[in-house]
Design a protein around this ligand. Structure first.
Ligand code: ATP
Ligand code: MG
Length: 132
């Protein structure tokens, strides 16, 4: 069993797509072990996206994630990290396949609806950061 960190980003919450995302996760057979809907602090988001601190899009990313509440979730299941990344799809809306969450619901590389941990190490770090 593997655990991953999933976040529905502010546009997903605002546009009312949260329920559909939760439904997809549940229908895939994964279990949502913890969930919280809240407006994260700048400090939390800066830590979460630390790897992108030097990128040109960092400020835009900060403003966007801080623009409203997000839904943070701990999701558990076999190969949950890799399978959730597949279900989420490419961050570039031009490359995200239809049928993936981003492919179906996002048309912007910044406002791309959802985040999922990309490795065992980042899942552990992110779950620790968001739920401890
Ligand atoms: P996430 O970490 O949010 O799950 P990801 O792992 O698919 O997304 P990353 O490369 O980690 O993609 O980028 C983190 C986030 O930063 C992206 O989801 C997107 O919102 C934003 N981002 C990434 N690249 C760009 C870019 N070139 N222009 C604008 N925003 C970007
Ligand atoms: Mg990432």
């Amino acid at each position: 069993m593997e655990k991953t960190f999933i976040m529905v980003k502010p546009d997903g919450v605002k546009r009312g797509i949260m329920g559909e995302i939760i439904s997809k996760i549940e229908k895939k057979g994964f279990e949502i072990k913890q969930a919280k809907l809240f407006k994260p602090s700048r400090e939390l988001i800066e830590k979460h996206y630390e790897e992108h601190k030097e990128k040109t899009f960092f400020n835009e990313l900060m403003d966007y994630i801080l623009s409203g509440p997000v839904m943070a979730m701990e999701v558990e299941g076999e190969s949950a990290i890799e399978i959730m990344r597949k279900m989420i799809g490419n961050k570039d809306p031009k490359l995200a396949s239809l049928g993936t969450i981003r492919g179906d619901f996002a048309n912007s590389i910044t406002k791309n609806i959802i985040h999922g941990s990309d490795s065992i190490k980042s899942a552990q770090c992110e779950l620790n950061l968001w739920f401890n």
